[in-house]
Write a protein that binds this ligand. Structure first.
Ligand SMILES: *Cc1c(COP(=O)(O)O)cnc(C)c1O
Length: 427
């Protein structure tokens, strides 16, 4: 599609392009398999000699259309959907790492990503060094080793709300000849397009703002096409040397800028099978159609709520990168001047117990293990998503024990504030 279009137009028009007489709305290709006229043709698909669908564990047309829309929103060259954000981050890293390799990761990443890298992938022989995203270049450089294969961070960390200094991270990653992978779930391409600041691969949990209605788990991986795998060919041998499971295809030679996504699709999706159902992708696509309307409203409401909280004397602290008092205000202004996200965090005077009691008194805002959808919701990470971490790990992840993660929805901001006010008066 014409990449000159704005993201507002891409939210609606990218992806599905019906031909003459075809359905106006993206069809749900609810089929595990696809029919061929002769055996030879299907054989060519298995050798990657021909492009085409054959089994929905690897690829499905509904999914691919939605991946294409996300690809265009991010300004990338190729993209794929996964069944969850967890699968997206796992594939994004595992596509270029194997046993004996090493990853450098920001300490403030989402708890699920933290576990994935430090527990599960560690068992697979992949080591991870955790870095403070606010450290200087020198400290970041020290984390790299001979066998480092990528650097991983989040554009706005969930739930610490640390805004990434993209250019600093990109500079350090590239100085060590590895790609920078950034999870852009909270900012979304409406507020920030990481490829413009040197990021090589973007991942998403589409379960959050992209779906926006808390209907479907999902993930996405988008490749900028900018990282030169062949320049560091030995390091990324999975992409630059023949894959015997496809009769000796070399991904970078055969697929050029689409090498990374093609490998993740035909190798990881084939073997690990974390593909979304076409029905979920159809629903995700409906969510994407209003992403550009919802995200600014989330940000507007969040700023109102954060500003109100900051002036309330029962509130100990408020963290929202859209507030001038935030340590990340300047980075947010630089990288996402139109807004950050709808999620804010705060603590109440009296600490942990008071926070839990406050949450129990909320009526409009629901306690759920979710974030970043249309309905205002709230979570206490130390008791919920991050409860596996000890106090030191919580601190490093930017999660104080009294941190309340408040995901501001797109209801009327005054109603949300009134709910907070009544809950505060009842604790
Ligand atoms: C939720 C989330 C994930 C995990 O995504 P799921 O869709 O829940 O698997 C990864 N990264 C970030 C930043 C998230 O918020």
């Amino acid at each position: 599609m014409n990449n000159e279009y704005s993201n507002e137009t891409k939210c609606i028009q990218s992806g599905w392009k019906p031909g003459n007489g075809e359905p106006r709305v993206l069809p749900i290709y609810q089929s595990t398999t696809f029919k061929y006229e002769n055996s030879d043709e299907m054989g060519k698909l298995f050798d990657l000699e021909k492009e085409g669908y054959f089994y929905s564990r690897l690829q499905n047309p509904t999914n691919d259309v939605v991946a294409q829309k996300i690809c265009e929103l991010e300004g990338g060259v190729a993209a794929m959907l996964t069944s969850s954000g967890q699968a997206a981050n796992y594939y994004a890293v595992f596509n270029i790492c194997e046993a004996g390799d090493h990853v450098v990761m920001s300490s403030t990443v989402y708890g699920g990503t933290f576990n994935l890298l430090t527990v599960t992938m560690k068992k697979m022989g992949i080591e991870c060094t955790i870095v403070d995203p606010d450290s200087g270049e020198e400290a970041l450089n020290e984390a790299f080793r001979e066998n480092t294969k990528c650097m991983l961070a989040e554009s706005i960390a969930n739930p610490a709300l640390v805004v990434l200094d993209f250019e600093k991270f990109a500079k350090v990653a590239h100085a060590h000849g590895v790609p920078l992978i950034v999870d852009n779930t909270f900012a979304t391409p409406i507020n920030c397009r990481p490829f413009e600041f040197g990021v090589d691969i973007v991942t998403h949990s589409t379960s959050k703002y992209m779906d926006g209605h808390a209907m479907c788990l999902g993930g996405a991986i988008v490749d900028s096409g900018n990282f030169d795998w062949e320049k560091y060919g030995e390091k990324f041998h999975g992409l630059t040397t023949p894959d015997e499971s496809y009769h000796g295809v070399t991904y970078t030679k055969k697929f050029g800028k689409k090498a990374y996504i093609t490998k993740a699709t035909v190798q990881l999706m084939r073997d690990l099978g974390s593909i979304p159902s076409p029905m979920n992708s159809f629903l995700l696509n409906i969510g994407l159609e209003t992403l550009h309307l919802r995200v600014p409203r989330h940000c507007e409401n969040a700023l109102k709520v954060a500003t109100w909280l900051e002036q309330n004397d029962k509130v100990a602290w408020v963290n929202y990168p859209g507030l001038k008092s935030s340590n990340y205000y300047h980075l947010a202004q630089k990288y996402m001047p139109n807004g950050t996200c709808g999620v804010i965090s705060f603590g109440l005077k009296g600490g942990r117990e008071v926070c839990v009691s406050f949450m129990d008194h909320l009526k409009l805002a629901a306690i759920v293990t979710h974030v970043a959808d249309a309905r205002t919701c709230v979570l206490h990470p130390a008791s919920h998503t991050h409860r596996q971490m000890n106090d030191q790990q919580l601190k490093e992840a930017g999660v104080q024990p009294d941190l309340i993660r408040f995901s501001v929805g797109i209801e009327n901001a005054d109603d949300i504030i009134a709910d907070i006010e009544q809950a505060l008066s009842n604790i």
